[in-house]
Design a protein. Structure first.
Length: 380
């Protein structure tokens, strides 16, 4: 019998915990966890029955000699641990963004490619069931030739959320780094296409953020927010990450690159929306409309001069995914299953890799440049 694969998890927040659950579900032994706050890391490791907890990722890599490193830390601190892990011939599973800059992301991609490491890039909401259904229906020609896509959302984020990595671009923060990769991945997968060029504009509505102690889990950050910016005794620090984006993209379907699809990504991060969030795929024959910022569903279709009809989710799609209730952890787990299958010789299934992580970082920087249309490189 081949020896069981072993994974070291970097990060003990939501992503780190989710990665640990994902790899356990995929049959991998979780041998350790490293994160920045020792007391928190030790408690999370204890709760999850992980035998090794530390703040020193370098020592963890040396002592544990893992086969895989799962990176669930903010993108601004990815470069050094991933490069070191690649030097140890580890396979890498990384959350997005892959790095703080396109230059760093390209370095990681080239280093992994040169060493032959398997890599996975977790813009993983593409595994939500209705996103997979959209891919299937478009491939079947249910909407005809795809022409346009709209991705509209209004998350209405609290502007007084305490300072964290998401407030700073150099730490991997901003809506284009954290939210946009999932939507871009969903659309690219549904169209089976290549990102040819982008054009965009960002808003920076939060110039400062209050400082609060005790924030560790990304999901609970709002609980630490002050009720008002005028509260006495508040300390503030500078924020420079984007809070909203408007992006136009040209995506070329693989089966016919000459038929360019126009895509609008619009998120007003700090504002409520009157209509629900949605993703819509518009083709020559019909439109698919999916409720939810990440295509959570339900889905409806309307042919030209027709009526809107709901499309039920096929049982085979549900059955093809891990039986996990939490959608984000289910998506991380599906990616982990495909990643492990590739590592163990079952073959590559088309999951996203560090090449996608590098290309996406090129997209983000092109948007931030606000220099009209920017062509996106496809090969390093």
């Amino acid at each position: 019998m081949p020896k069981a694969l072993r994974v070291l998890v970097l990060g003990s927040g939501f992503a780190g915990q989710g990665h640990a659950e994902a790899f356990r579900n995929a049959g991998v032994e979780v041998i350790g966890m490293a994160s920045r706050t020792l007391s928190v890391t030790q408690q999370v490791a204890k709760d999850m029955n992980i035998p090794y907890a530390t703040t020193d990722w370098k020592t963890a890599l040396t002592q544990l000699q893992p086969d895989i490193v799962a990176v669930g830390t903010p993108g601004g601190v990815h470069l050094d641990p991933i490069m070191t892990a690649l030097e140890q011939s580890c396979h890498i599973y990384s959350d997005k963004p892959l790095a703080a800059t396109a230059r760093e992301a390209k370095m990681l991609y080239l280093k992994a490619r040169k060493g032959g490491a398997k890599t996975a890039y977790a813009a993983s909401m593409r595994y939500l069931p209705y996103a997979l259904l959209a891919k299937s229906l478009i491939a079947q020609g249910k909407i005809g030739d795809p022409l346009e896509v709209e991705c509209i959302s209004h998350p209405n984020v609290n502007p007084l959320i305490p300072f964290g990595w998401f407030h700073r671009l150099d730490q991997g923060g901003g809506r284009t780094n954290s939210n946009f990769p999932h939507k871009l991945s969903i659309v690219q997968q549904a169209l089976n296409g290549t990102i040819v060029s982008v054009n965009g504009q960002l808003r920076y509505d939060v110039q400062r953020a209050p400082i609060a102690a005790g924030v560790h889990d990304f999901r609970k950050r709002d609980q630490f927010a002050p009720k008002s910016a005028d509260e006495s005794g508040l300390e503030w620090t500078e924020a420079d990450s984007d809070s909203s984006y408007t992006v136009l993209a040209r995506i070329a379907p693989e089966n016919d690159p000459s038929k360019m699809v126009s895509v609008l990504f619009k998120q007003a991060g700090m504002h409520p929306g009157f209509q629900p969030d949605y993703i819509a795929f518009m083709g020559r024959e019909a439109t698919l409309h999916i409720n939810g910022a990440f295509a959570q569903g339900p889905m409806h279709i309307c042919a030209r001069n027709g009526k809107w009809e709901e499309i039920p989710l096929p049982q085979e799609i549900t059955d093809s995914l891990p039986n996990i209730e939490h959608p984000a952890i289910r998506c991380w787990t599906q990616l982990a299953h495909e990643f492990i299958a590739d590592i163990t010789g079952e073959g590559y299934s088309g999951y996203q890799t560090f090449k996608d992580g590098w290309i996406y970082q090129e997209v983000f920087e092109a948007i931030r440049s606000e220099i009209s249309w920017v062509d996106i490189p496809q090969e390093a």
